[in-house]
Design a protein. Structure first.
Length: 300
């Protein structure tokens, strides 16, 4: 709608609307979250959590509003029909840019329960947003490097415990547990440093998804495997705000929960870890091949 304006002006308008939207909804989130903090009882949580989720969904809907106003994107989306907003999902997606999160929320809002992301511990200090993520029970993970864990083995179980605590909360009401298997955004430098065997993806990390399946796998109706492709290259966030995202391709595939991996001891059983790694690597090979096909099709 605002396509006639210069791109930097569109970006300024989009950023302003994004900020004002957050400043409107976050105080409401905090008001109800503080009630839950003061009265930490299951009965209170069961009443407050749906209110918090409704506020978050309204927030996302408003973000979708300014996206429609400022974006001129051609959307090619398949696989989002027939999803159930009243059930549990484990959602996985490749990760290239902050724009991924807005695309996921825009397409899946009200189609499935609110996406709950596992976040780096440092993000709790992000102004305004850190408080919002805390209010919505997004789990914060420290994600220590393997080198650090070798020196401090006592820290190895901390993220596992945080994941289990989060999943206990998620099990109370329908939730979509969001996991980026790569653990970080894709860049050519990271791809080269990892010597990733995949053409379009970083190496997947099975630990987070294994813990989620272990803690609440019997709740999940399905695993939603999401693939996001930017035929013209993944945009930096400012380009997205400026309306320069011309095309995006999204494919959502509903996969069965692997029964043989539920309630298994990923941390303590090497055979289980090997089985999880095999399952995740096959998932990633399929996704890598799918991205190649989608890019090839988009170029014709």
């Amino acid at each position: 709608m605002l396509n006639f304006l210069p791109s930097p002006l569109i970006g300024l308008i989009a950023f302003t609307l994004l900020a004002l939207n957050a400043l409107f909804w976050v105080p409401l989130l905090l008001l109800f979250a503080l009630v839950k903090l003061v009265l930490p009882f299951k009965g209170i949580r069961l009443r407050i959590d749906p209110v918090l989720i409704s506020i978050a969904e309204a927030w996302i809907s408003c973000n979708s509003g300014w996206m429609r106003l400022t974006q001129r994107t051609a959307w090619d989306v398949e696989g989002i029909a027939g999803l159930d907003p009243h059930n549990w999902y484990l959602v996985n997606c490749n990760h290239q840019t902050w724009t991924d999160i807005f695309i996921l929320q825009h397409l899946l809002n009200h189609r499935i329960p609110l996406l709950k992301f596992f976040l780096k511990q440092q993000l709790i200090w992000v102004p305004v947003m850190g408080l919002a993520w805390w209010a919505l029970d997004f789990p914060f993970m420290r994600r220590h490097s393997e080198e650090f864990l070798k020196k401090h083995p006592e820290m190895r179980g901390k993220d596992q415990a945080a994941t289990r605590r989060a999943c206990e909360k998620f099990a109370l009401i329908p939730t979509s547990v969001m996991n980026f298997l790569e653990g970080t955004r894709f860049t050519a430098a990271k791809h080269q440093r990892q010597q990733s065997p995949y053409l379009h993806l970083l190496k997947p990390k099975a630990g987070g998804i294994a813990l989620a399946l272990n803690a609440m796998g019997d709740r999940f109706q399905a695993i939603l495997d999401v693939t996001i492709v930017y035929p013209d290259g993944a945009p930096v966030f400012w380009d997205f705000l400026c309306g320069r995202l011309k095309r995006v391709i999204v494919r959502v595939q509903s996969l069965p929960v692997p029964d043989h991996l539920l309630k298994s001891d990923y941390a303590g059983d090497p055979a289980v870890r090997e089985a999880f790694q095999h399952w995740v690597q096959q998932l990633w090979r399929d996704k890598d091949a799918q991205i190649s096909r989608l890019l090839e099709t988009a170029q014709h």
